[in-house]
Design a protein around this ligand. Structure first.
Ligand SMILES: NC(=O)c1ccc[n+]([C@@H]2O[C@H](COP(=O)([O-])OP(=O)(O)OC[C@H]3O[C@@H](n4cnc5c(N)ncnc54)[C@H](OP(=O)(O)O)[C@@H]3O)[C@@H](O)[C@H]2O)c1
Length: 314
């Protein structure tokens, strides 16, 4: 099969590999599309080095194929699998989605939402799941700010917060204002013109470049700051130190300062399927790249030019 093969951090190329064999609790997928996000760039480069230490392979990538977000058709089931059968259309995550075939654990899969293309479905799992988990506990009528609202996680954050009945302010750079408005934000702040002001019950921070003290000033006394990610470029921790600082400070303040580590689970993807089928959430796919241009897709996301989601189609 064709696959974007990655034997070491920092380089990958289209190559040929044998079709993998599903083990216990796994299925073999004929991949139709694979999502791209900042995490794909982190796994390609092995930077910041912290990503290597959290289970993706210290010296070399554990998965010889790049890509995690996946949609496709089940072609074979491994021992013990009762949840899916050949022919089922699914979406979720796996190790090695940039390939014609991939093996995925059933615990990381859900049925593809009715009415979505495979490309749209592959844009959902990691970004949508992260936004959903970051917005847990939001009540109707609360004020929510989404920073980085025109990015992958943020584009779901705006829609999910709206679906929960919150008043949503999306914060982004100029080129993403139209997108964020179209996603249903009640207010859109172009931070190149004016920084966002106001008082929020929850801030979902997907941009990661504002100081904690500034963010805390924009929260109610019992408000919640969810730190999704930061791209400071620091080679060792890549901005994670801000999350550690927040976790320590959280012990001493009335506000909740919560670094998020989202889980890739089929039940989370099922919740997203329900929101999508109800019409509350639609993946904002900006661009599709063929498998042969998968690395260009990763570059496009890393360049910060992407709006919403980017997908590789197989
Ligand atoms: N905690 C978790 O479990 C988890 C899960 C998924 C992703 N993440 C992390 O969360 C962050 C957002 O992910 P994403 O997939 O939404 O990324 P994305 O699609 O690139 O969106 C991030 C947005 O943040 C803004 N931004 C600010 N500074 C940036 C910088 N130096 N480089 C790139 N973008 C910058 C950009 O918006 P403007 O152009 O409007 O400034 C961009 O649209 C990333 O750091 C990612 O690694 C964490």
């Amino acid at each position: 099969m064709k696959a974007v093969v990655q034997r070491r951090y920092g380089s990958a190329a289209l190559g040929e590999l044998p079709v993998p064999v599903p083990g216990r609790g796994e299925v073999l997928l004929e991949v139709r599309a694979a999502g791209v996000d900042m995490g794909t760039w982190h796994l390609l480069t092995g930077k910041p080095y912290l990503v290597r230490a959290v289970g993706f392979g210290l010296r070399a990538p554990k998965s010889p194929v790049l890509g995690r977000d996946v949609s496709g058709v089940v072609t074979e089931t491994g021992p013990g699998v009762t949840e899916f059968e050949p022919g089922d259309e699914v979406f979720g995550t796996c190790g090695g989605a940039f390939a014609e075939y991939a093996v995925a654990p059933v615990a990381q899969l859900a049925r593809k939402p009715a009415g979505l293309s495979f490309a749209q479905a592959a844009a959902v799992p990691i970004s949508g799941g992260t936004a959903l988990q970051g917005l847990r506990g939001v009540q109707a009528g609360q004020r929510v700010a989404v920073l980085g609202a025109g990015g992958g996680v943020g584009s779901y954050g705006v829609q999910i917060a709206r679906a929960l009945g919150a008043h949503v302010t999306g914060v982004c750079s100029t080129g993403k204002v139209d997108l964020v408005r179209s996603l249903g934000a009640d207010e859109v702040v172009d931070y190149t013109v004016a920084d966002f002001t106001g008082t929020y019950d929850l801030i979902l921070d997907c941009g990661g470049n504002r100081r904690l003290s500034l963010l805390r000033k924009a929260l109610t006394p019992r408000g919640t700051l969810v730190l999704v990610g930061a791209e400071t470029g620091a080679p060792l921790t890549g901005g994670f130190e801000r999350a550690l600082h927040a976790a320590a400070l959280n012990l001493f303040v009335s506000q909740k300062l919560l670094p998020l580590m989202s889980a890739e689970r089929g039940d989370v993807f099922d919740e997203l399927r329900v929101l999508i089928e109800a019409g509350a959430v639609t993946p904002a796919v900006e661009r599709e790249f063929p498998l042969s241009e998968a690395l260009d897709a990763v570059d496009h996301v890393h360049s910060r030019r992407s709006r919403g989601k980017v997908v590789v189609t197989i």
